[in-house]
Design a protein around this ligand. Sequence first.
Ligand code: NOJ
Length: 746
Amino acid sequence: MHDAMKKYCFLIICLFAATFVEAQHTYKYGPVGNNKSLFISNLMKKMTVEEKVGQLNLVLSGGDPDGNAKEQAGVIRDSKGGAVFNVAGAALARKYQKIAVEGTRLGIPLLFGFDCIHGMKTEFPIPLGEAASWDLKTIEKSTRIAACEASALGVNWVYSPMLDICRDARWGRIAEGAGEDPYLGAQVAKARVIGFQGKSLKDNNTVAVCIKHYIAYGAAEAGRDYNTTDMSERTLREIYLPPFKAAVEAGAETVMSSFNAYNGVASAANPFLLRKILKGELGLKGFVVSDYDAVRELIDHGLAKDSVEAARIAIEGGLDMDMVSNIFRDKLLPLVKRKVVSEKLIDDAVRRILSVKYDLGLFNDPYLYCDENREKTELMSPDKLQAARESAQRSIVLLKNSQQILPLSKSNKTIAVIGEVANSKSDMNGCWCCYSSGNNPVSILDGIKAAAPNSQILYEKGCKVDATAPEDYSAALDIANKSDVIIMTMGEYAWMSGEAQSRSDIGIPGNQLDLFKKLEALGKPIIVLLTNGRPLAIPYLAEHATAIVETWFLGTEAGNAIADVLFGDYNPSGKLPVSFPYSVGQLPLYYNQLPTGRPHSENLSDPFRSMYKDVSNDALYPFGFGLSYTTFQYSNLRVTNPKMKANDKLEVKVDVKNTGNRVGEEVVQLYIRDLYASVSQPMKSLKKFEKLSILPGQTKTVTFYLSREDLKFYKESVGWITEPGKFYIFVGGNSRDLLKTEFDLL
Ligand code: NOJ
């Protein structure tokens, strides 16, 4: 071919390729451009009201649109779905996306929603456990990894993080959140939103979050799941709202309303919660989806007489998308046509949904998250497993270590490992692991064996976790007799916490305590490894076990991380994100209690006090508590200028010395108390913390800054205010053992 001709052909090919690439990128809309609002307005002008209502429907699927999910495929083809729930797999997501993009008039891409609570394939510690790390970098990293894996599987929208504050361990869903404290909860919330949503949502390894469950779900009365919540607006705003506020400020794209009713009105149709606070005050730009079937449940709540009324009160209340009840899909359109429901409400909801799709980059490339190659290479890669191990190590809390029994030596010992969960892989994943099948977690037994190859490790189940009929312990007693030390797992199966797992008794289930007592009679040291998704009431163990290690459910690398702590390769640094009670009768229990007119007194001759006759007011293990293999000494707490003017920054310093002989990490916690105000203030409120590593013998000075924002409280019908007066500052390694100083707010 002539040279000029060759050049000509090359040019044609380039032009053709460029047009093709451009066509892919500009998709059906021409160039999408940077003006989101203009783009969405133009798109909405083309939409029929039927197509708009279709966007408000979350379709339940999971199956193959060419096979068992033909019906769902039809719904999408009819433009009656804006998002699909439970599809995970790049190829499967691509199939669905193709139907929406090529099979509908406007080709609006779908969202793919999935529950990704503490990892996708690589599981990290359950969220309550990971909150015990008080390590925001670690939490952000694990969430980033979850986003990478989820997005590699076609998921672009995760029903996570769960931000419910909980003060009542009877509620099984306490496992899914960050515990009892609004400040810690808010910091964790922010870290998780940043982790999931990354630097730009348009990157193919980021996903939109759906923060849940908005709101006060963790306060379900009597700890019974789905139960009603009745609380003051002050408590709502001061205790339950902060994690949601922090998450929205960090850019959270979407919110899931909770199942429960707040002061008599279910969250899915509550204009005060959704319209006034969430969309108004917090300024949520994205949309609110109901929880599963919750629009239909408005009938059961006694708020709507039928599904038509349920649709109306939900959309009026501020809900934008209906999760799987199909009530928006089937009932909204006639309501709009009859002008019972204003089309403006529909428009607002659609605009919010399209805004999230735009932010995710789906209008540029609807197949951004459907990359089969990423799915093949990204899941459970070695770096992710290493991160899971590190997160798990940092989440472990050492509750007791008498006679310095821990860490154990790796050699020359016979160790009896006893307990059903010790030999369970699947339990290590914890509750809410929806895509973990086949991820082969490291069991506690395997972790111990791998860490101590020169020790003789004997294993017996001993008893089942939850059996109450008499069991034969002889094999367990036999190996215990042959051993120098006993390691016993005690607590719950993974499934015993999570949704619909409320318990009225939070003691150690089944025969486990009975077996413990038989083992105790042998007189050998017993190290208890707690496996649990909630605080358990363990007064007997607290007194009689030689050591207690809180291991929650730590995910794929659980066994290795636990062994790292048992044998001293990692010095434990976790602190409880929730109070552990002596007894279920103390619940709800939380450290940041309000004072009473009859405070608890040690003087037993004065019975008219706010206290129990049979148990302490305090926690068995307080919020923020956790030991290390080294010790820390706090001293010299000082406030640089103890007269604070309204806009000052108060500088607080404290010296923390590592007084042991190992490197250790400590979580230095700062609490305040506002002594007198027009509304009683909590006896302590966490305001700052810092986790830092200190060498043996080294002293580090930690500096905190408090601003007026940190001192505000909510006064009903007034708002967020401070009042001048005296404040205490407490600093220490847990919420009970603290140094104290004070300052005046002028
Ligand atoms: C119900 C749960 O309350 C919620 O957390 C979850 O995201 C949805 N089901 C979807 O699985």
